[in-house]
Design a protein around this ligand. Structure first.
Ligand code: DC
Length: 221
């Protein structure tokens, strides 16, 4: 039986960095499920679809084969054989991903793929509905969060040297909007599973957060 750890939480809480480091240390596979929603968004946008109209995205689903390949423990996202790992990280794709993730047909489409990966591997899987929907029987569920300001500050520092970097205020507004959209949508909203452990990283450094999560997982093993 594989070991499954679910980490959910809002955008920018540090889920992916923390989960990636913890998985590397423990020899687990790290699965970033947001990348799957982003790959559907990227493909739809690249086909010129207005993703706020669910039918436009639904029509495209049969033509999308998203795939996660793990190369030396690092997740790469492929769509129809093309490595889109970098292309899915733009602000435009972030917003489109939030929209496509509210479409029930998209969630159903990605559900099986996520469950299959978890059945076949020891995983740390991060997302919004992993503990509540995708892996309700996960061995450990962690709900990772931090204040919107702390999350915006971290994100701003990551982006500030890039061309067209947004201002801190823009990053914060984006985070608040995505929090609102992700937690108020009708299907699989972002919410803490009843049996999840809450971990607030507002006043923790990255290293402290990673140590805390690894400690929790080691206790379980
Ligand atoms: O974690 P992220 O920012 O890469 O996620 C992109 C979008 O996908 C985000 O708006 C929430 C959504 N998402 C989701 O609805 N369910 C998941 N399991 C993962 C992400």
């Amino acid at each position: 039986m594989s070991i499954n750890i679910a980490i959910d939480g809002p955008a920018g809480a540090g889920k992916s960095t923390i989960a990636r480091k913890a998985a590397a240390e423990l020899g687990f596979i790290y699965v970033d499920t947001g990348a799957l929603y982003r790959s559907v968004a990227y493909y739809s946008v690249s086909k010129g679809a207005d993703v706020s109209v669910p039918e436009n995205v639904e029509k495209l689903l049969p033509g999308i084969t998203p795939e996660l390949r793990f190369i030396e423990g690092v997740q790469h996202v492929f769509v129809n054989g093309e490595d889109v790992s970098d292309k899915i990280r733009t602000p435009q794709v972030s917003m489109a991903a939030s929209k496509v993730s509210a479409i029930p047909a998209v969630r159903a489409f990605l559900f099986e793929l996520q469950q299959k990966i978890a059945r076949e591997n020891n995983v740390i899987m991060d997302g919004r509905d992993i503990g509540t929907v995708v892996l309700p029987n996960a061995d450990l569920k962690i709900f990772l969060t931090a204040s919107p300001e702390a999350r915006a500050d971290r994100r701003f520092k990551e982006l500030k040297d890039k061309p067209d970097a947004p201002s801190y205020e823009e990053v914060l507004a984006d985070i608040i909007k995505r929090d609102h959209d992700d937690s108020t949508r009708a299907i699989a909203p972002l919410k803490q599973a009843e049996d999840a452990v809450l971990c607030d990283t507002t006043s923790l450094s990255l290293e402290e957060s990673v140590d805390k999560i690894i400690g929790m997982i080691k206790k379980l093993l």
